[in-house]
Design a protein around this ligand. Structure first.
Ligand code: NAP
Length: 188
């Protein structure tokens, strides 16, 4: 939690724990319509989104959503001249609490949607992490879900080390081998 805000992460990963290829593009092998429907519904109920400058949830309702865009192009926080619903935030110059206050939102969930470094910034804060798996895809030399994930470090170990436990796995698209499990912070 941050104040009254729940912090929830959302990602779709390949079997080897990657969110994008080496060039920073998301290959078709980890794009899935059922996952997009799930993501879009969740983004509609979030109070705000947080993502790096190269990430975006897309979809027809994106412009209406409040968002914090992580960037080193400003010193602390600043309005986004390109989007009245967006705030630019540099974590080196302002806390996430200050960024949320500057965005001016009410209670509700803050949705963290990547990429790698942004997912990593919130590891100790997630109340839940919604992990979609595209286990038929592998992305050699790709961008990992969290910094350091790869042959020597499984993303599940990173989530567990930060106090999250997996919930039941459900099929989002059985024909395509796409599953979803929500990891929750265990309290007490
Ligand atoms: N599979 C998935 O679920 C998923 C999720 C998210 C993204 N993706 C994909 O991953 C690719 C992009 O990933 P990415 O990791 O390169 O992009 P990203 O996090 O969206 O953007 C990187 C940029 O964000 C800013 N940034 C990141 N960490 C920062 C920090 N600690 N402090 C200040 N600024 C910071 C920097 O912006 P400045 O250059 O402006 O300083 C950096 O260049 C895209 O293809 C996207 O579609 C996939």
């Amino acid at each position: 939690m941050i104040g009254l805000h729940r912090i929830e992460g959302y990602a779709i990963v390949s079997a080897d724990g990657m969110i994008a290829d080496a060039d920073g593009d998301m290959p078709d092998a980890i794009r899935n319509e059922a996952d997009q429907r799930f993501l879009q519904t969740e983004m509609d109920r979030a109070a705000a989104l947080v993502h790096g400058r190269h990430s975006h949830e897309g979809g027809p309702r994106a412009a209406r959503r409040k968002r914090i865009i992580v960037t080193r192009q400003i010193a602390a926080v600043a309005p986004d001249p390109a989007n009245a619903n967006a705030l630019l935030w540099n974590p080196a110059g302002a806390t996430i609490e200050q960024a949320i206050a500057a965005l001016g939102i009410g209670d509700g969930t803050i949705a963290i949607i990547g990429g790698t470094d942004v997912f990593g910034l919130f590891l100790s804060l997630y109340d839940a992490f919604h992990l979609t798996r595209a286990d038929r895809a592998v992305i050699p030399h790709g961008r990992p879900l969290f910094p350091g994930v790869g042959a020597d470090m499984a993303l599940e170990d990173v989530l567990a080390r930060h106090g999250l436990r997996p919930g039941p796995q459900r099929n989002l698209d059985a024909a395509a081998g796409i599953t979803l499990a929500t990891w929750q912070r265990s309290r007490g």
